[in-house]
Design a protein around this ligand. Sequence first.
Ligand code: MN
Length: 237
Amino acid sequence: MALILLTNDDGIRAEGLWALEQHLSRHHEVWVVAPETEMSGASHSITLHRPVTLKPYGPRKFSLSGTPADCVLVALHAVLPDRPRAVISGINAGFNVGEDVFYSGTVAGAREAALLGVPALAVSVAPGADFQAALPFVDRVLDLLLREHRPLLLNLNLPQHRPVRGLKVVRLGNRSYVDPVHNQGGNRFVIGGTAQWQQDEGTDLWALSQGYAALTPLIVDLTSHEDLERLRRSLSG
Ligand code: MN
């Protein structure tokens, strides 16, 4: 029985959040602090120039008029009775793979927890897929998270394929978007486009395309260690 915080970026009413909450409540003390409205694509933004409002949504459950990162910050500093053993963000309706991790509010919720030193997991499923198939994989990964000695930041994606063929631990792949800016006419633009997957072996996109769940360990340090030494040699002094 562990104290676990759930958040997401699809908002407090999202089905994926409650599938996760129901499942984990059987064995853990689960708290929920999730955005009042959908925050997909909010990335790691925080609300600085206005107060955010916390509203009760049920026992140990709250909505917040903010982003996923706001939710984790407020939960850890002002809501939870104790430090959580883990934070899980999701289950998101739609993949968060490759470069998506930069835009994703789901991943940012988990990353905020990691910044605060708490083990964290982001969970996403194929667009339109059921959430139930993700739950046994969440159990396995959460088990590992709770046993590790240092806080991990993990990104889990579930494929469309049923039954899921297994789990692969993989690196982030590349997913680019064709026509990411669509001109609707005049000065109106729609951001989005069509995703193009590069299925290099050993990547999350590859594992998902083969019918496997994809698990990627992430780090918060964005320093390019490769360039650090080179630039130090040529520019420092
Ligand atoms: Mn979302």
